[in-house]
Design a protein around this ligand. Structure first.
Ligand SMILES: [Zn+2]
Ligand SMILES: [Zn+2]
Length: 270
């Protein structure tokens, strides 16, 4: 049995808390350490209880807290290790602002993006995703009983993604934008292109298409994540995914929800 909840979800910050009988981890830490600490504290979990922070990719909305996080092993995919080593003392971005970097005492643990690895009683299986980052991955996580799939910041649902997300009990799945809202919205053309291109973010329709391919009787919870504030609404994202479930004859044992942007989401036990 595992429990999970999002601490935040969207372009302003992402973090997912997940615990099993013996292990507590974060997948991504893209909000301030203060918010992470407060959110975990509300659940009775201290920062020092965390066994690891596992990063999907290096973008700041997934890694913001790392500059202040000490004494927690940080798991990064192989090709991003040197990127993080260079950020030990913070970094200056293109606007001349100091970015968060990586805490001096952080212990970097490298994982191969094609191989499963173990954290306590959890087995994490990473899989490469199409996104404009160095070596971005999604994950499935299992404690030997349940399996949770976590994938956001994905340009398109590749065959590897579909294969990886089969037989999950719960999914945390990006449903970033409504294509029409993006195309007719206020974003400049280059940004629209970045988001809708094959290395950007998944639209509601693409998320629904992916769900169609991986849906099975055992899937109990679908959490739609990384929704755009400008180019989506929770109702539209939910509508697309619910339509797939309806077509597949899914009963009321399947829950579909949207991860809140700035607050802690529902704690799901699976
Ligand atoms: Zn992101
Ligand atoms: Zn990203």
């Amino acid at each position: 049995m595992m429990k999970f909840c999002t601490l935040a979800s969207g372009s302003s910050g992402n973090s997912l808390y997940l615990e099993s009988k013996y292990s507590k981890i974060l997948i991504d830490a893209g909000i301030s350490l203060r918010r992470i600490s407060r959110s975990l504290g509300d659940m009775g979990v201290a920062l020092s209880d965390l066994d690891a922070v596992v990063l999907s990719h290096e973008h700041e909305d997934h890694s913001r807290a790392l500059g202040k996080m000490s004494n927690v092993p940080v798991y990064v995919s192989g090709e991003t290790t040197s990127f993080w080593e260079e950020k030990r003392n913070g970094d200056i971005n293109e606007k001349g602002k100091k970015t968060s970097g990586l805490h001096d005492s952080a212990q970097l643990v490298e994982f191969n993006s094609e191989k499963s690895f173990q954290i306590g009683d959890l087995t994490l299986t990473p899989f490469s995703i199409a996104h404009d980052a160095i070596d971005p991955v999604g994950f499935t996580v299992t404690d030997g009983q349940s399996k949770i799939g976590v994938v956001t910041d994905i340009g398109k649902p590749t065959a590897l993604v579909v294969e990886s997300l089969k037989n999950c009990d719960a999914l945390v799945l990006e449903s970033n934008h409504d294509r029409n809202m993006l195309l007719s919205g206020p974003y400049p053309p280059y940004l629209r292109q970045r988001i809708s291109g094959g290395q950007g973010h998944l639209s509601n329709d693409q998320a629904a298409g992916l769900l169609e391919e991986v849906f099975h009787e055992g899937l109990k919870y679908i959490l739609l994540a990384h929704l755009s504030l400008t180019n989506n609404t929770p109702e539209m994202a939910l509508g697309c995914s619910r339509e797939v479930l309806r077509r597949n004859g899914a009963g009321c044992h399947v829950t579909v929800a949207v991860a809140p942007r700035k607050t802690v989401g529902e704690v799901v036990t699976i």
